[in-house]
Design a protein around this ligand. Structure first.
Ligand SMILES: Nc1ncnc2c1ncn2[C@@H]1O[C@H](COP(=O)(O)OP(=O)(O)OP(=O)(O)O)[C@@H](O)[C@H]1O
Length: 701
């Protein structure tokens, strides 16, 4: 157990949970003790809250926060990040400010019942959907992908609107399964309240209508009086909204291309081509005053698209707003509701303008490729079209608003998925995936210093290149650096806790052992997979995939697990090619089962040959390419990222179609030298197998 003495700031009628950022005002104890960046926040309890544990009038449990820096000298407000729970043992000092001896509590991520977790995630999704806290698809994806359950628990506890003593209870519970079950109960209870209120409203309306029908004019007169009152209220609200918009307010901006370049370079390592294209775009835009096309930064997740857009706004000195388009399914979310609509509100564009408080912010249209409704696409076209956006009409605002000064930037993961009409309006700038060397530099120059500052690490930390590389290859599997940043954050959180507990004095040496201790054993799966048996090989398509083929006595059927028509057709082509070339094999006596979600024909045919010839495929080779019926190897799209991933995971030979030669021009020499360009499948057979390949040695089938 870890005990320490901590300055305590009492807070009234509120509970702060870990994993939240907050702004603290008048933090008395911090003002007195500027040498410590960590303080404890503890809720003050009144005597009636009988079911919470207290020490005198304070909750026995509190939250450890790290104070980042002073925001504003005059207002004495501070940015802070809450990151752990503690239990108070005793108070060591009561005046002039509180000091308590506390035990820092370690919440164990692993120790959760998986069944409860499933129910928990479902309950959050339903709750948030009903309260419209986020667009559905985006929300569901975020919740499904969140693997840190403790974080999810605290974030929901922070957001849910429940009585104070229930919040305190959520902070005080220690048993993981029990506290999740309690939170699920609270979520469900809120849902029932919500539904009942809605039902009640409906029921009242129904009663009113039937009474109106029965009682005639008298009641109609009454309701006629009520309806205008409600309408007046809504009109008032709408009027206030329109008045609060920044009509004609221009934010001053700095347009210096050299300053802009400096800012982009300062925040982002590499990406020279992309930066150059961005600067060219801005230069032309300002010289010609053209508002023609819109930039679309496209690339894999975590390669820096959003942060580049943020840096563009910063370098121009303009406010930045982000609109997430993933999951937007109704054009009213862009264009607003008509005033007559119950619960009408303005669309996302006007909301962003309102928040930016000017008519010339930078607005990021994030994930423009995730729009799947044509009506939403066409509403967006109107927003982006310089001919029309001078007089953009949001249905709710119901007055023309000039959007022509806004700098719109969009992002996409896959440009192929963008609606064609929208795609025509976009100027594509590719943000390429990073090689392992680039990731190493990004980590050392940007991510490590950023995370150290964020977690309040003021000690010297020795994070050598080798160790960063070890972290990248063993704990991340991505084209960008988001996972890497998360892992670095976890390491520094551990150090921050050690620092607070006074466990470690002097500098930190982060080595492989320390990384294993912080992050657990590496779980990056396929890197460690050795191809143990025949009928298996590694193929490239959207990363590296393992493909398996087995045969059972049968009647020449081909069973494939993939639902993707293109992949299935490649499986059929692979088998047809084999039937044609290896006529002596009695394929009609076997059923073939192919477990393949993603690999194209070249990989499938290699696995089938391995199976029927009883030959193991080399474990350090991977294959890409579309197969034709005659064995020609044709171009495969989007290979660059997969090639980089394969090289990073230690593959020595990467076989790709000659037609993809254009994709490898800018790769590092260390990657290029592993690539073999091929035109026909027979060239592949010569390289693929552990003990070579000749057409004369066939087993007796
Ligand atoms: N070249 C780089 N130099 C420094 N930091 C980078 C670089 N590329 C990415 N990052 C950092 O990686 C993190 C993730 O980047 P960001 O959120 O901008 O990715 P993204 O491409 O927008 O991802 P997504 O498509 O998932 O939204 C950020 O903290 C960003 O600052």
């Amino acid at each position: 157990m870890q005990y320490l003495n901590l300055f305590i700031q009492p807070i009234s009628s509120a509970v702060v949970f870990p994993y939240s950022s907050l702004q603290l005002h008048n933090v008395d104890c911090y003002n007195q003790s500027v040498h410590s960046q960590y303080i404890g926040l503890v809720s003050q309890i009144d005597d009636n809250q009988s079911d919470v544990q207290t020490i005198q009038q304070y909750s026995q449990y509190g939250t450890l926060v790290h104070i980042a820096k002073e925001q504003d000298d005059t207002s004495h407000s501070y940015k802070a990040f809450a990151f752990a729970r503690f239990r108070i043992n005793s108070f060591c000092q009561l005046t002039p400010f509180l000091v308590a001896n506390v035990e820092i509590l370690n919440d164990d991520i692993q120790n959760y019942d998986t069944e409860i977790l499933g129910v928990f995630k479902d309950a959050i999704k339903i709750y948030m959907e009903n309260f419209s806290l986020l667009p559905n698809a985006l929300l569901k994806q975020k919740i499904d992908e969140e693997d840190n359950i403790v974080k999810l628990y605290y974030q929901v506890s922070n957001k849910i609107q429940i009585p104070f003593n229930q919040k305190i209870r959520l902070l005080q519970m220690n048993d993981n399964n029990e506290r999740i079950s309690t939170l699920i109960q609270y979520l469900n209870h809120k849902m029932i309240q919500y539904t009942t209120n809605n039902e009640l409203e409906q029921k009242l309306k129904q009663e009113l209508i039937s009474e109106m029908q029965n009682n005639g004019d008298n009641l109609i007169n009454q309701t006629q009086q009520i309806v205008p009152q409600i309408q007046e209220l809504e009109l008032d609200y709408q009027k206030q909204y329109v008045e609060s918009l920044p009509w004609g307010i221009l934010h001053p901006e700095t347009v210096s291309i050299s300053q802009c370049k400096e800012k982009l370079d300062k925040k982002h390592y590499g990406l020279d081509m992309a930066k150059q294209r961005i600067l060219q775009y801005l230069a032309i835009k300002y010289l010609t005053k053209s508002t023609g096309s819109i930039i679309c930064l496209h690339g894999h997740p975590g390669v820096g698209k959003t942060s580049l857009a943020q840096s563009i706004a910063e370098s121009l000195g303009r406010p930045f707003q982000k609109i997430s388009l993933g999951g937007v399914s109704d054009e009213a979310q862009i264009r607003g509701h008509r005033k007559t609509y119950v619960g009408a509100q303005a669309g996302m564009i006007m909301e962003a303008i309102k928040k930016a408080k000017c008519i010339n912010p930078v607005i990021l249209l994030d994930e423009i490729d995730k729009i799947n409704q044509y009506t939403v696409g066409s509403a967006l076209l109107e927003v982006l079209d310089p001919e029309q956006n001078k007089s953009f009409m949001d249905n709710y605002v119901n007055e023309e608003f000039n959007l022509s000064q806004v700098l719109f930037i969009s992002t996409a993961n896959y440009i192929e998925s963008i609606q064609p009409a929208l795609r025509d309006r976009l100027e594509m700038i590719e943000i390429p995936s990073y090689t392992i060397d680039e990731k190493e530099k990004i980590a050392i120059q940007h991510l490590i210093p950023k995370q150290m500052e964020l977690n309040g690490i003021d000690k010297k930390v020795d994070f050598s290149k080798d160790v960063v590389r070890y972290l990248i290859t063993n704990y991340t599997n991505e084209s960008g650096v988001r996972q890497l940043e998360r892992q670095i954050n976890s390491i520094f959180r551990t150090i921050a806790l050690q620092q607070v507990r006074g466990k470690k004095k002097g500098s930190y040496n982060i080595n492989k052992g320390f990384i294993n201790q912080c992050l657990g054993e590496s779980t990056i799966g396929y890197k460690n997979i050795r191809l143990q048996s025949i009928g298996m090989c590694k193929g490239l398509n959207d990363g590296m995939n393992i493909l398996e083929v087995i045969k059972t006595k049968g009647q020449g059927n081909l069973f494939q697990q993939s639902k993707d028509q293109y992949i299935v057709e490649q499986g059929i082509t692979a088998l047809s090619y084999l039937r044609n070339c290896f006529k002596y094999i009695q394929f009609q006596n076997w059923d073939i089962n192919v477990a393949n979600q993603n690999c194209l024909g070249v990989c499938v045919v290699v696995a089938m040959v391995s199976l029927f010839m009883n030959k193991k495929v080399k474990s350090n080779v991977t294959f890409a390419g579309e197969l034709s019926l005659k064995g020609s190897i044709l171009r495969q799209d989007n290979l660059r990222e997969s090639i980089i991933q394969a090289a990073e995971s230690g593959i020595d030979i990467i076989i790709i179609p000659s037609q993809n030669v254009g994709d490898i021009q800018n790769l590092e020499p260390s990657i290029k030298k592993r690539i073999r360009l091929v035109d026909h499948i027979e060239e592949v057979f010569q390289i693929a197998f552990e003990d070579g390949f000749t057409y004369y040695h066939y087993p007796n089938l």
